[in-house]
Design a protein around this ligand. Structure first.
Ligand code: V47
Length: 437
């Protein structure tokens, strides 16, 4: 049970937990934290120091600035062959509220994106067994034609495995080759990067209990590996606060950190002499790469132009579980402090991730603002329509204005920087925009 001491600040009182001091020394030196350090960060009563340490790292990596974007989410279909217990979004074909958007709807969304000056489409949907592979290439081509400037960040790893199946290129013993073919076709049709959804928590127990028929950690990582090899940048997520435990979240972070080591190694980053490889992590043992950290003073963050030689993970977004309407709705979901702490620990553990996003739709804008002070450097965008989770009393229209995003960032003490999907600065004149440099 966490004890709160809200009137005390760690700069005016001795530290509440001496174990934090050892971690502070590592953070100051930019040394990789171990899983045991992560456990201390989860268990300490001194949550304020955890948030403060994450802020130190975040400010070192992105001094003075916080990012947002002008984007639109597009959920093309909620019809899904799977029945994951945490999901409220999925419907069967004949269920009330089931939908599949036709190309006309998608084109209309493309026109609206241009009118509103959006720089990104975030496109995801269920595993719809009734759509042909051509639907997906046509969707991207149409958007590319109508909104050529808008970046298409589309399809989670599990959707891409599903596309390999419907395109009949899926091989159970060699997932990578089918997914490579699918990604090549989609890239040709306009795909720019992959969103980070569907990772959930990389753990066999959690997988069996909450999303047993969905792909597991190995497949998810393989899809992102192939995307990186094809020069596509990707994101990743962690959906926490349901049946998962804290040590399982830490292992999830460790696996992602090793996967990023691999991506950065491919990009020519040098190994870290203070590197630490966790023992006994089945999945990550298969990831052979030197340890690479980016959280030291002066460390060079990856840039979009590097992705010509291979991609990398840009952003990790911790996603708090929304119980309402799901098969796990009897669970309470994480609290605000749990959300802050998990975001801060994510920043501290994932020392080789350039960005940590607080997705305001799921955290709320006020909480996202606090998270800028606790490890996040990005709060995502204007969103407009979002169907996967709904805040209390909200439908799928979940939009905020650029002004509100900027106001939240300024009030948190940072300069708001509009970014494109690849984190390049955007110069804007109304709905006209261009990338700086
Ligand atoms: O894949 C599903 C999760 C994800 C619930 O890459 C749930 O920049 C909470 O991935 N409660 C979609 N989460 C969202 C996502 C995302 C969002 C913003 C930015 C990026 C990015 C990615 O939401 C799903 C799933 O993991 N999810 N149901 C739920 N009840």
């Amino acid at each position: 049970m966490t004890t709160l001491t809200p009137t005390l600040s760690s700069s005016t009182i001795p530290n509440l937990d001496p174990a934090i001091e050892a971690i502070r020394a590592k953070v100051n030196a930019g040394v990789r934290l171990s899983l045991d350090d992560g456990k201390v960060l989860y268990e300490t009563e001194d949550i304020w120091s955890v948030l403060e340490l994450a802020k130190i790292v975040r400010d070192r990596m992105h001094p003075g600035v916080a990012y947002y974007n002008i984007n639109r989410h597009l959920n093309y279909s909620n019809v899904c062959a799977l029945s994951c217990k945490f999901c409220e979004f999925a419907r069967k074909k004949d269920d009330e509220g089931a939908y599949t958007r036709d190309l006309e709807y998608i084109k209309e969304q493309g026109r609206k994106a241009v009118e509103s000056g959006a720089t990104e489409f975030h496109i995801v949907g269920g595993l719809n067994p009734y759509l042909p592979f051509e639907y997906y290439t046509e969707m991207l081509r149409s958007l590319r034609e109508i909104a050529p400037q808008v970046h298409l960040k589309a399809f989670t790893a599990v959707e891409l495995v599903h596309l390999a199946r419907i395109a009949k290129v899926y091989k159970r013993d060699d997932i990578k080759s089918g997914v490579r073919w699918v990604l090549e076709q989609l890239k040709e049709a306009g795909l720019g990067s992959l969103p980070g959804g569907g990772a959930e928590v990389f753990d066999e127990r959690v997988h069996k209990e909450a999303f047993k028929t969905k792909i597991g950690a190995h497949e998810w990582l393989d899809v992102h590996l192939v995307a990186h090899e094809l020069g596509l940048n990707t994101n990743c997520t962690m959906l926490y606060g349901h049946v998962d435990k804290q040590d399982e979240r830490l292992r999830h972070m460790e696996i992602l950190r090793r996967s990023q080591d691999q991506a950065l190694h491919r990009l020519g980053y040098e190994s870290d002499p203070d590197g630490y490889i966790a023992q006994g992590i089945v999945e990550s043992e298969q990831i052979t790469a030197p340890v690479i950290t980016l959280n030291k003073d002066g460390a060079k963050l990856p840039t979009p132009d590097m992705s010509a030689d291979g991609g990398y993970y840009q952003t990790i977004t911790p996603l708090p579980f929304f119980p309402d309407g799901s098969a796990l709705e009897d669970l309470p979901g994480p609290t605000g402090l749990e959300n802050l702490r998990t975001l801060a620990i994510t920043r501290l553990m994932l020392d080789n991730f350039p960005h940590v996003k607080s997705f305001w739709i799921m955290q709320s804008l006020p909480m996202a603002q606090l998270m800028l002070e606790s490890g996040a450097d990005d709060i995502d965008g204007t969103v407009v329509w979002y169907d996967i989770t709904k805040a209390v009393g909200e439908g799928t229209h979940q939009e905020t204005t650029e002004l509100d995003l900027k106001r939240a960032i300024i009030e948190a003490g940072y300069e708001p920087v509009e970014r494109d999907t690849l984190y390049r600065r955007v110069e804007r004149d109304g709905s006209d925009w261009r990338v700086e440099g």
